[in-house]
Design a protein around this ligand. Structure first.
Ligand code: URA
Length: 184
């Protein structure tokens, strides 16, 4: 197993897939490494590519509001992405990119040892919960596996495109906060 320092260095210097040529920098996780609640999103956007920190752009502002609305803070959570590098034009991660990058997420998960894993959006949910996960129908549902309670919510970028999804996402976030209270 690796230490956080080793893992950070592996990610920052990674050249396992061609995204290393187009990225400005690889983006490691953000938040409390002691947290029991881990969020997994898709991939850094252009703002995150510049800042080197997840969720600093417009989607991050939406996420911050949802978090605050549910009574949680960044101190309660750890946030990371399926891909650590920005895919040009925000296209979906390619299967080969995910395959090369997923070991980092596995190491992060072992180091964090979360009780709850929340997938932000379809890409994370299909990777982590099930390949046929339908975010529209199944967001807010829970799956217990390998000692983790897992759920998925709409990606904050989807809420920017379709604000009508906001209210049900607020509800999902409140349930996540309640679940966290129950288990800690
Ligand atoms: N969208 C993501 O999926 N991840 C980020 O870090 C930022 C935006």
């Amino acid at each position: 197993m690796y230490t956080w320092n080793e893992l950070d260095n592996f990610i920052r210097s990674c050249s396992r897939c061609p995204l290393c040529h187009s990225r400005l920098q690889a983006v490691t996780g953000r938040g409390n490494r002691q947290a029991k609640l881990m969020f997994v999103a898709e991939a850094p956007g252009a703002n995150e590519d510049k800042a080197g920190i997840p969720f600093v752009g417009p989607a991050g502002k939406v996420f911050d509001r949802l978090l605050a609305d549910s009574g949680l803070t960044w101190d309660d959570i750890y946030m990371t992405n399926i891909l650590k590098c920005h895919p040009p034009g925000n296209r979906d991660p390619l299967p080969a990119e995910k395959e090369q990058c997923l070991p980092y997420l596995r190491y992060e998960t072992v180091l964090i040892h979360p009780k709850i894993i929340v997938c932000l959006g379809r890409v994370a949910a299909q990777q982590i919960i099930s390949a046929d996960f339908r975010i529209t129908r199944q967001h807010g549902t829970w799956t217990d596996r390998m000692g983790y309670s897992m759920t998925a919510v709409y990606h904050p970028s989807a809420l920017l495109r379709d604000p009508a999804k906001m209210e049900e996402t607020r509800r999902d976030f409140r349930h996540i906060a309640e679940r966290l209270k129950q288990i800690t």
